[in-house]
Ligand binder design. Structure first.
Ligand code: ATP
Ligand code: DP6
Length: 389
């Protein structure tokens, strides 16, 4: 039997605090504005991917959560072609290397959270795919260089190649060579950032990010002002707030940018709706809590779906988790937080937090985390097929 070469990685989800929304090039996923995100811990949410290559394999195959998925789509094909070209140049320079660039690939991947439900599965998924194949091919390219490849799988995936606090610099060049992710700060530079994800819906969303952002870019009159005026200024101030560990500014901008992203969605024709009544109740509740405290205790943000992500600092866990426990005492997710007791700030009425009860199905308590991690465990068996199959 021909030898099977393989490499495995886990990769994180990232949730943007300054949103990517709009493309200037749909094929290369070149954005109309720069964006910023926080990479979340892989202890809670992660993609696990094994990439294998062998002379014995007859076609490129991807198994995602046990089901065979197409690899012929433009996005996956673009990633595979670029990675193979980089491997080929290594083989050309050193003919003693096994010719992995000519072998078919078997890629086995598992997300430990719902796929295509607005929990950034495509970001973790494409970051893991690119990282695992780059490791399999022993490519010398940096995470920044690999981020340009992951970007072509899904724009937000470029940011998942780094841990901590990450910027995707939009770049200017037509070929996209300067549109890549860079790290603003590591997870240890500002380690006390926490995130609570309130899963409002784990269903596949109606309007994909790709379609929604094209509608906005084409039709929203507010969009031009956002990308030309608002985001460039916010990018500078938010980057500085991260370096200064200034949660007040970071949180205010995070909420403002989520709201503006959903405003340009509403300003599109036809309008695109991602938030629902439960999402809006979360916003009102957090605004109220911050107002009563006279500072930003927690910052909400929503992607292309109704799920809420709350960012807060570890020191404010008693306030944020106390409130969430009062609102959502019976959900999965409290296992590691047995010591948290329900506590509602004075001035927050029962009906304000009670409104969350019916709409939130799961809570994920996590925090800032590191870049993709290489691991020894593999998802393929000795014949190169998924172990679970
Ligand atoms: N582990 C993975 N490996 C490879 N591709 C994946 C993986 N996970 C998800 N994807 C790809 O990403 C697609 C889902 O992307 P989509 O943007 O619709 O949802 P999402 O990323 O969960 O939501 P959002 O980007 O709005 O947060 C899947 O259909 C699949 O093609
Ligand atoms: C709202 C967002 O989450 C949009 C993410 O869009 P995708 O990266 O999923 O879009 P494609 O590039 O078309 O794959 C904001 C963000 O993550 O910055």
């Amino acid at each position: 039997m021909a030898k099977i070469y393989s490499a495995s990685t886990t990769a994180p989800v990232n949730i943007a605090t300054l949103k990517y929304w709009g493309k200037r090039d749909t094929k290369l996923n070149l954005p109309t504005n720069s964006s910023i995100s926080v990479t979340l811990s892989q202890d809670d949410l992660r993609t696990f991917t094994t990439a294998a290559a062998s002379e014995a394999f007859t076609k490129d195959t991807l198994w995602l959560n046990g089901t065979e998925e197409s690899v012929t789509g433009a996005r996956t094909s673009a990633c595979l072609a670029e990675l193979r070209a980089l491997r080929k140049s290594l083989e050309d320079a050193d003919p003693s290397l096994p010719p992995l660039s000519t072998y078919k690939l078997h890629i086995v991947s598992e997300n430990n959270f719902p796929t295509a439900a607005g929990l950034a599965s495509s970001a973790a998924g494409f970051a893991a795919l690119v990282r695992a194949i780059a490791d399999l091919y022993e490519l010398p390219q940096s995470a920044e260089e690999l981020s340009r490849i992951a970007r072509q799988g899904s724009g937000s995936a470029c940011r998942s190649l780094f841990g901590g606090y990450v910027a995707w610099e939009m770049g200017e060049k037509e070929d996209g060579s300067d549109s890549r992710a860079v790290q603003i700060a590591t997870e240890t530079d500002w380690p006390d950032m926490r995130a609570a994800i309130l899963v409002v819906s784990a269903k596949k969303k109606e309007t994909s990010s790709t379609t929604g952002m094209q509608t906005t870019a084409k039709t929203s009159p507010l969009f031009k002002h956002r990308v030309e005026v608002v985001v460039p200024e916010r990018f500078k101030v938010m980057s500085k707030s991260i370096l200064d560990k200034d949660f007040e500014t970071f949180g205010q901008l995070t909420m403002a940018d989520s709201n503006q992203f959903h405003a340009v969605c509403l300003d599109s024709s036809p309008p695109v709706f991602y938030m629902n009544d439960v999402s809006r109740n979360v916003i009102s509740l957090i605004e109220k809590v911050n107002n009563l405290a006279g500072r930003v205790v927690a910052a909400y943000t929503f992607d292309a779906g109704p799920n809420a992500v709350l960012y807060y600092l570890e020191k404010d866990e008693p306030i944020v988790l106390g409130l969430l426990k009062a609102a959502l005492p019976d959900l999965d997710g409290w296992q590691n937080k047995a010591t948290v007791s329900a506590a509602v700030p004075d001035g927050v009425s029962e009906d304000m937090y009670d409104s969350l009860k019916d709409g939130v199905s799961r809570i994920i308590l996590t925090g800032v985390g590191p870049s993709p991690q290489k691991i020894a465990e593999s998802l393929v068996d000795e014949s190169g097929l998924p172990k679970s199959a």
